[in-house]
Design a protein around this ligand. Structure first.
Ligand code: N01
Length: 490
């Protein structure tokens, strides 16, 4: 692997977002320098490089949505904007001198395990091959835009782009604009562009539960205090984490009485933001709180009070060359359409062909749903570690809590393989099966199975995306690398 220092223990990290960068830092801390990071884009950052739409920000407080081993006291506000998170990722990349390990604009398109050698052969889009003893897949879940299959979309002659591919060269000022979708991306975009455009039509298929955001700017004095007393920063992080854990059951359990607590809070917020009862009615979700991702915003619902913003709830019939027709026969002419329609694939998908032991393909192994041991290892795919894999997403807290546990597990396994000169470790099928049986058994008690449709669910309605429980519990399970759970081949 030419980009890494010469070594007989090459490690490949695929993806340079939070997970890839975090893994690289922890490998360095463990004294392991023999890794190469493959990144298909031209810069680090993943989600935070790609999502630059107006209003893009994290909806988890930054003191919690940053790596615990790379905390900074300088976040400008409670919920940092996307550009600031991207700067943070660039900053820690440079601090740890990770760029010399990176091969940018290099997309891995195929991976194949060689059992005799205990190594993986990775092939790039340019048809180069690399050999790695261990692969850490950090490709992310919400990456490729999901483009809706709406009749006539190809015939639209105005400007059309997805939130994750924002066209910054197109000036929305004074235009008639449509936003399709009302999920986490839309609630951030809508209030930002509402004040700029001549008219904004928001096409809602399903209303979302929205809670107050209570964002705030951090004063220079507060930031200096955090810099001077890092224990305060740790306490801020820890209090935010434990609060989300405490409130977690309201969001993830299928318990109508608990859900009512959240629903009442959200409806009070709606009443405060929207005066017109008819409009409020249209904005009120009909599914149980938590079933889709809870959104936070102090401006989204209020944006519909503006005279230039319309909520359209009639289903879209067709996109014509100059506008959108709904099923009730109305036609709205627009200069631009913004697709806030989410992402394709998800945490439970195969990013490219992966062939493990005995020629088995991950695509076939996962044909009835993605399963992995603790979301990280799949039997028959030795020395392959997935970060943000199946059933590792949270509905209630920072995903990085899960990612950090996976990094700890992976680094511990790599140390074991390297130090003991092992050929490979391969999770035992029965251990993986037992883990997933229990996990899916608990899934029945989670709100995501209560009947709404979301990206959490696969086409058959099963959930291979989220972890059914507390983050703390996942961390306790996932962090240790328990050798007895693996077939160890010397
Ligand atoms: O996507 P979504 P997102 N016609 O899938 C609608 C993360 N994230 O980009 O609900 C009409 O949630 C669809 O309607 P419906 C976060 O994990 C984080 O907003 O399916 N509408 C829905 O309203 C989040 O969960 C942040 O009926 C169509 C919307 O499009 C995930 O990304 C910020 C349609 C898609 O919502 C995805 O969020 C942003 C059609 N044909 C995102 N097709 C943070 O702040 C789809 N829709 C951290």
């Amino acid at each position: 692997m030419s980009a890494a220092s010469p070594t007989d223990f090459p490690i490949a990290i695929i993806g340079a977002g939070f997970a890839g960068i975090g893994t690289a830092i922890q490998l360095k801390k463990a004294g392991i320098d023999s890794f190469t990071i493959f990144e298909r884009a031209g810069e680090v950052g993943g989600t935070w490089r790609d999502n630059t739409y107006p209003g893009a920000a994290c909806d988890v407080p930054s003191h919690a949505y940053s790596l615990s081993f790379e905390q900074i006291p300088t976040w400008s506000r409670r919920f940092a904007p996307s550009g600031e998170i991207q700067d943070y990722l660039r900053g820690i990349t440079d601090k740890w001198k990770l760029r010399k390990h990176m091969r940018m604009k290099t997309e891995i398109v195929d991976a194949r395990f060689d059992e005799a050698a205990g190594s993986w052969t990775l092939t790039t889009g340019e048809d180069e091959t690399f050999t790695a003893r261990v692969v850490v897949s950090c490709v992310g879940g919400l990456v490729d835009p999901a483009l809706p299959d709406i009749k006539g979309m190809q015939s639209y002659s105005g400007e059309l782009f997805h939130t994750a591919r924002w066209n910054h060269d197109y000036d929305l000022a004074g235009r008639r604009v449509a936003v399709i979708g009302t999920g986490a991306s839309a609630v951030q975009v809508v209030p930002e562009v509402a004040g700029e455009v001549e008219r904004l039509d928001v096409y809602q298929r399903t209303a979302s539960w929205v809670m107050p955001k209570r964002d705030k700017v951090y004063s220079e004095g507060y930031k200096r205090l955090l810099a001077r007393f890092p224990a305060l920063l740790r306490a801020s992080r820890s209090s935010k984490y434990w609060l989300t854990e405490l409130l977690g059951p309201i969001i993830f359990l299928d318990n109508k009485r608990l859900a009512k607590i959240g629903e009442r809070g959200s409806l009070a917020h709606l009443k405060h933001q929207v005066k017109d009862p008819e409009l409020r009615e249209k904005l009120t979700p009909s599914f149980q709180y938590g079933c889709k991702r809870i959104l936070i915003s102090d401006e989204y619902w209020a944006a519909f009070e503006r005279p230039n913003v319309d909520l359209v709830t009639d289903p879209i019939e067709e996109i014509k060359s100059n506008g959108i027709e709904t099923r009730d026969g109305s036609f709205r002419e627009v200069d631009a359409i913004i697709l806030a329609t989410g992402f394709a694939l998800g945490l439970a998908s195969v990013p490219f062909p992966i062939t493990g032991k005995g020629g088995r393909r991950l695509e076939d192994t996962w044909k009835d749903g993605a399963v992995a041991y603790k979301g990280m290892n799949v039997a028959g795919f030795p020395n392959w570690f997935i970060l943000m894999g199946p059933n590792t997403g949270p509905g209630h807290t920072s995903v990085l809590v899960y990612t950090e546990a996976q990094i700890a597990h992976t680094v511990a396994a790599i140390k074991k393989i390297e130090n003991e000169g092992l050929r490979y470790v391969d999770v035992r099928q029965e251990v993986q099966d037992r883990y997933n049986e229990r996990l899916q058994g608990r899934m029945k008690h989670m709100v995501w199975s209560s009947g709404c449709n979301s990206w959490y669910l696969s086409a058959d309605g099963s959930n291979h995306s989220l972890y059914p429980g507390f983050a703390a519990e996942y961390v306790l399970r996932a962090r240790p690398f328990r050798v007895r759970d693996y077939e160890v081949v010397a």
